[in-house]
Design a protein around this ligand. Structure first.
Ligand code: BEZ
Length: 218
Protein backbone atom coordinates (compact mmCIF):
# COMPACT_ATOMS: atom_id res chain seq x y z
CA UNK A 1 0.00 0.00 0.00
CA UNK A 2 1.55 3.29 -1.14
CA UNK A 3 0.55 5.65 1.65
CA UNK A 4 -2.17 4.81 4.14
CA UNK A 5 -2.72 8.46 5.13
CA UNK A 6 -3.26 9.47 1.57
CA UNK A 7 -5.58 6.54 0.88
CA UNK A 8 -7.74 7.46 3.88
CA UNK A 9 -7.74 11.16 3.09
CA UNK A 10 -11.04 12.12 1.50
CA UNK A 11 -10.30 15.16 -0.63
CA UNK A 12 -13.02 17.72 -1.31
CA UNK A 13 -14.00 17.71 -4.96
CA UNK A 14 -15.51 20.15 -7.44
CA UNK A 15 -19.24 20.43 -6.71
CA UNK A 16 -18.92 19.58 -3.01
CA UNK A 17 -20.05 21.96 -0.29
CA UNK A 18 -16.91 23.50 1.23
CA UNK A 19 -16.31 21.75 4.59
CA UNK A 20 -17.01 24.03 7.55
CA UNK A 21 -14.38 24.80 10.19
CA UNK A 22 -13.39 27.28 12.86
CA UNK A 23 -9.89 28.71 12.82
CA UNK A 24 -7.62 31.39 14.17
CA UNK A 25 -6.48 33.85 11.50
CA UNK A 26 -4.38 37.01 11.33
CA UNK A 27 -7.61 39.05 11.38
CA UNK A 28 -9.24 37.09 14.24
CA UNK A 29 -11.24 33.91 14.71
CA UNK A 30 -13.50 32.78 11.88
CA UNK A 31 -16.25 30.22 11.39
CA UNK A 32 -16.03 29.46 7.68
CA UNK A 33 -19.80 29.09 7.17
CA UNK A 34 -20.21 32.67 8.46
CA UNK A 35 -17.23 34.07 6.55
CA UNK A 36 -17.79 36.36 3.55
CA UNK A 37 -21.50 35.61 3.18
CA UNK A 38 -22.85 36.41 -0.34
CA UNK A 39 -19.32 36.58 -1.73
CA UNK A 40 -16.96 34.34 -3.65
CA UNK A 41 -13.96 33.09 -1.69
CA UNK A 42 -10.50 32.20 -2.95
CA UNK A 43 -8.88 30.10 -0.22
CA UNK A 44 -5.25 29.18 -0.76
CA UNK A 45 -2.53 27.40 1.16
CA UNK A 46 1.23 27.95 1.14
CA UNK A 47 3.88 25.59 2.50
CA UNK A 48 5.57 27.88 5.02
CA UNK A 49 6.03 31.46 6.16
CA UNK A 50 9.40 33.14 5.54
CA UNK A 51 10.10 31.08 2.41
CA UNK A 52 10.91 32.69 -0.95
CA UNK A 53 8.31 31.31 -3.37
CA UNK A 54 5.54 31.74 -0.77
CA UNK A 55 6.57 35.36 -0.22
CA UNK A 56 6.25 36.09 -3.95
CA UNK A 57 2.85 34.39 -4.11
CA UNK A 58 1.39 36.09 -1.04
CA UNK A 59 2.66 39.41 -2.36
CA UNK A 60 0.94 38.61 -5.66
CA UNK A 61 -2.39 38.11 -3.87
CA UNK A 62 -1.89 41.30 -1.83
CA UNK A 63 -0.90 43.45 -4.82
CA UNK A 64 -3.95 42.37 -6.82
CA UNK A 65 -6.46 42.36 -3.95
CA UNK A 66 -8.36 45.24 -5.56
CA UNK A 67 -9.10 42.99 -8.58
CA UNK A 68 -10.51 40.31 -6.25
CA UNK A 69 -12.59 43.03 -4.53
CA UNK A 70 -13.99 44.04 -7.92
CA UNK A 71 -14.99 40.41 -8.48
CA UNK A 72 -16.85 40.34 -5.12
CA UNK A 73 -14.27 37.90 -3.80
CA UNK A 74 -12.61 37.56 -0.40
CA UNK A 75 -9.14 36.09 0.00
CA UNK A 76 -8.10 33.75 2.78
CA UNK A 77 -4.66 32.19 3.11
CA UNK A 78 -3.48 29.24 5.18
CA UNK A 79 -0.32 27.51 6.29
CA UNK A 80 0.73 25.12 9.01
CA UNK A 81 2.41 27.90 10.98
CA UNK A 82 1.55 29.69 14.22
CA UNK A 83 -0.22 33.02 14.39
CA UNK A 84 3.02 34.50 15.79
CA UNK A 85 4.92 33.35 12.72
CA UNK A 86 2.24 34.75 10.40
CA UNK A 87 2.28 38.15 12.15
CA UNK A 88 6.09 38.33 12.07
CA UNK A 89 6.14 37.41 8.36
CA UNK A 90 3.41 39.93 7.45
CA UNK A 91 5.34 42.63 9.32
CA UNK A 92 8.68 41.61 7.81
CA UNK A 93 7.39 41.67 4.22
CA UNK A 94 5.75 45.05 4.84
CA UNK A 95 9.01 46.47 6.22
CA UNK A 96 11.18 45.01 3.44
CA UNK A 97 8.93 45.55 0.41
CA UNK A 98 5.99 47.75 1.44
CA UNK A 99 3.53 44.97 0.52
CA UNK A 100 0.93 44.27 3.22
CA UNK A 101 -0.94 40.97 3.49
CA UNK A 102 -4.19 42.57 4.67
CA UNK A 103 -6.40 39.48 4.21
CA UNK A 104 -6.84 36.72 6.83
CA UNK A 105 -4.23 33.96 6.97
CA UNK A 106 -5.24 30.83 8.89
CA UNK A 107 -2.76 29.56 11.49
CA UNK A 108 -3.38 25.84 10.92
CA UNK A 109 -0.87 24.64 13.47
CA UNK A 110 -2.90 21.48 14.27
CA UNK A 111 -3.32 20.78 10.49
CA UNK A 112 -7.08 20.49 10.96
CA UNK A 113 -8.09 22.64 7.98
CA UNK A 114 -5.27 21.42 5.72
CA UNK A 115 -6.37 17.83 6.23
CA UNK A 116 -10.04 18.71 5.77
CA UNK A 117 -9.25 20.28 2.38
CA UNK A 118 -6.64 17.79 1.16
CA UNK A 119 -3.94 20.47 1.30
CA UNK A 120 -1.63 18.15 3.19
CA UNK A 121 -0.34 15.66 0.63
CA UNK A 122 2.17 13.50 2.54
CA UNK A 123 4.01 12.15 -0.49
CA UNK A 124 4.92 15.77 -1.35
CA UNK A 125 5.58 16.86 2.27
CA UNK A 126 4.56 15.38 5.63
CA UNK A 127 4.06 18.65 7.51
CA UNK A 128 3.73 21.47 4.96
CA UNK A 129 0.64 22.20 2.90
CA UNK A 130 0.95 22.07 -0.89
CA UNK A 131 0.02 25.18 -2.88
CA UNK A 132 -3.75 24.69 -3.16
CA UNK A 133 -6.35 27.15 -4.40
CA UNK A 134 -10.06 26.59 -3.76
CA UNK A 135 -12.61 28.71 -5.64
CA UNK A 136 -15.80 28.76 -3.57
CA UNK A 137 -19.02 30.40 -4.73
CA UNK A 138 -21.46 32.42 -2.56
CA UNK A 139 -23.45 29.24 -1.75
CA UNK A 140 -20.14 27.82 -0.36
CA UNK A 141 -19.90 25.25 -3.14
CA UNK A 142 -16.40 24.35 -4.37
CA UNK A 143 -16.23 25.29 -8.05
CA UNK A 144 -12.59 24.84 -9.04
CA UNK A 145 -9.48 23.46 -7.34
CA UNK A 146 -5.80 23.94 -8.18
CA UNK A 147 -2.92 22.05 -6.60
CA UNK A 148 0.71 23.01 -7.15
CA UNK A 149 3.79 21.35 -5.66
CA UNK A 150 6.18 23.04 -3.25
CA UNK A 151 8.70 24.08 -5.88
CA UNK A 152 6.47 25.83 -8.44
CA UNK A 153 4.66 29.09 -7.75
CA UNK A 154 1.16 29.74 -9.01
CA UNK A 155 0.11 32.19 -11.75
CA UNK A 156 -1.97 35.15 -10.53
CA UNK A 157 -3.26 35.95 -14.02
CA UNK A 158 -4.63 32.39 -14.25
CA UNK A 159 -6.20 32.58 -10.79
CA UNK A 160 -8.04 35.79 -11.73
CA UNK A 161 -8.87 34.45 -15.21
CA UNK A 162 -10.63 31.32 -13.93
CA UNK A 163 -12.46 33.28 -11.22
CA UNK A 164 -13.83 35.64 -13.86
CA UNK A 165 -14.59 32.70 -16.17
CA UNK A 166 -16.64 30.94 -13.46
CA UNK A 167 -18.58 34.10 -12.66
CA UNK A 168 -19.22 34.91 -16.34
CA UNK A 169 -20.31 31.33 -17.02
CA UNK A 170 -22.81 31.51 -14.14
CA UNK A 171 -24.15 34.90 -15.14
CA UNK A 172 -24.71 34.12 -18.83
CA UNK A 173 -25.23 30.34 -18.89
CA UNK A 174 -22.32 29.83 -21.29
CA UNK A 175 -19.03 27.93 -21.28
CA UNK A 176 -15.53 29.18 -21.81
CA UNK A 177 -13.23 27.94 -24.60
CA UNK A 178 -9.50 27.34 -24.47
CA UNK A 179 -7.57 30.35 -23.13
CA UNK A 180 -10.76 32.41 -22.65
CA UNK A 181 -10.27 35.83 -21.17
CA UNK A 182 -12.64 38.71 -20.54
CA UNK A 183 -13.89 40.15 -23.84
CA UNK A 184 -13.40 36.93 -25.84
CA UNK A 185 -16.28 35.03 -27.44
CA UNK A 186 -17.97 32.39 -25.29
CA UNK A 187 -19.42 28.99 -26.13
CA UNK A 188 -23.17 28.57 -26.47
CA UNK A 189 -24.27 25.34 -24.72
CA UNK A 190 -24.67 22.54 -27.29
CA UNK A 191 -28.13 21.23 -28.27
CA UNK A 192 -29.59 18.50 -26.05
CA UNK A 193 -31.95 16.87 -28.54
CA UNK A 194 -32.66 16.55 -32.27
CA UNK A 195 -35.05 19.50 -32.37
CA UNK A 196 -32.48 21.79 -30.77
CA UNK A 197 -29.81 20.39 -33.10
CA UNK A 198 -31.89 21.12 -36.21
CA UNK A 199 -32.70 24.63 -34.92
CA UNK A 200 -29.03 25.27 -34.26
CA UNK A 201 -28.13 24.28 -37.82
CA UNK A 202 -30.31 27.17 -39.01
CA UNK A 203 -29.28 29.60 -36.30
CA UNK A 204 -27.10 32.38 -37.66
CA UNK A 205 -27.03 34.37 -34.44
CA UNK A 206 -23.80 32.69 -33.36
CA UNK A 207 -20.50 31.84 -35.01
CA UNK A 208 -21.14 28.20 -35.97
CA UNK A 209 -18.45 25.63 -36.75
CA UNK A 210 -21.09 22.92 -36.51
CA UNK A 211 -24.21 22.39 -34.38
CA UNK A 212 -22.17 21.40 -31.33
CA UNK A 213 -19.60 24.23 -31.50
CA UNK A 214 -21.02 27.71 -31.60
CA UNK A 215 -19.53 30.89 -30.18
CA UNK A 216 -20.99 34.32 -29.50
CA UNK A 217 -20.02 37.71 -28.12
CA UNK A 218 -21.45 38.65 -24.76
C1 BEZ B 1 9.22 28.39 -0.93
O1 BEZ B 1 8.16 29.00 -0.77
O2 BEZ B 1 10.18 28.93 -1.45
C2 BEZ B 1 9.29 26.97 -0.52
C3 BEZ B 1 8.55 26.50 0.55
C4 BEZ B 1 8.67 25.19 0.92
C5 BEZ B 1 9.50 24.33 0.22
C6 BEZ B 1 10.19 24.79 -0.88
C7 BEZ B 1 10.09 26.12 -1.26
Amino acid sequence: MENQDQQNNIMPRIGDQAPDFEALTTTGKIKFSDFAKDKWIVMFSHPADFTPVCTTEMSGFALRKNEFDTLNTELIGLSIDSIHSHLAWVNNVKEKTGVYFGFPIIADIDMKVSKLYGMLQPNEHETAAVRAVFFIDPSKKIRLIMYYPLNVGRNMDEILRVLEALQTSDKHGVAMPLNWKKGDKVIVPPPKNLEEMNNRLNDDSCERTDFYLCKKEL
